[in-house]
Design a binder for this molecule. Sequence first.
Ligand code: C2E
Ligand code: MG
Ligand code: MG
Length: 381
Amino acid sequence: MGDQALTEIARRLVDAVRPGDTVARLGGDEFGIVLAPAFERDALTAAERVIAAVNQPFTAGAKEMTPTVSVGIATARPATMHPDSLLADADLAMYFAKRSGRGRHAVFTPAMRTALVEQLQLGEELRSALAGDGIEVHYQPIVDLRSGAVVGAEALARWQHPARGFVPPATFIPLAEELGLVQEIDAQVLRRACEQGQRWRAAGITDLRLAVNLSGRNLEDAELVERVMRILRETEFPADQLELELTEGVSIAESARASSLLEELHQRGIRLAIDDFGTGYSALGRLRSLPFDRLKVDKTFVDEINGAGGRSSLLETMVHMAHVLGLEVVAEGVETPAQEEYLRQHGCDFGQGYLFSKPVTAEELSAVLAETQPQAAAQAG
Ligand code: C2E
Ligand code: MG
Ligand code: MG
């Protein structure tokens, strides 16, 4: 099937270029195209043609698939530039195209080299932060919209860099995923969250659910279940108070190994949530066969409630469909009382957002909990 896919893609590439251009397979799933002398805008047009041509469904065996391609563009300036340097530039541009999402193209600039060096540097610093005690965990309360009570908290990784200051997860999580460090981050956050959860339990807050993010990269290795269970065993935090949040719905649905890992975790009593729902390619119907308990509707839909119409019909539909499928719904990024009211009226079960609280330290969350469970939280920070 892999060979069939390569042949089909090669055919599409040849069809997408003009006579006089050259198409070659460089190895693996990488192709090179040399355009006959052209302006940069011709290269951009060609890249768009290539992306559109490749991104069409085809069937191999019994399976239909739709390939995507990322394109890096480099120009030989001067025209005598060594082919290896030209390829290296195109390769670097392709790397940046890939990082910006599926089916994109990028034109090489010298700044890309500087950026890459910077990334590698940041990666090294992340490695040492992980080896030391550099990654901390903050907690953001999750509120039951009917009662207003804090029923859970999401653990979020925090990296306070000694020189750079606060580095946001949006910067270091994708980097960690590329460098293969994210499993280690997720394991550290999980361990700290479970330890803290036990402190809260010891202080009498026995029913707080803790949500921990799990990068999809964890589902590539079979040791995930063992790793999670070991942490639960060692910290003695109960499995049924732990919830794992995953973002990549579709890729999970399509991977037999990933779905069986989730099934195993679920059988041990761990709850599973789909994070950032609505931003990716996940269709609720396709997730039906997976053992998810909760759906977290992405902030972008909650933001719509502020818009001119003051409503989000998509959000209403998601809440309804989720309930039909037996999933609880958490709205992310709730910032205003109007949003909260709207969500409650439309049957959304839980809310999380700055309106209730920003992510805070364990001590600060203990103080919040003390307001609802006064005698319990005092010594739990
Ligand atoms: P997420 O899992 O969807 O987490 C919610 C994010 O939304 C958090 O950003 C939180 O601070 C932010 N947020 C919550 N309420 C509001 C609000 O009302 N307004 C606004 N503007 N933002 C709000 P944060 O902490 O920067 O994390 C970003 C993402 O990084 C997370 O999104 C998650 O995907 C990832 N992440 C964080 N910690 C970890 C981790 O330990 N492991 C993994 N794999 N990913 C993590
Ligand atoms: Mg999350
Ligand atoms: Mg989210």
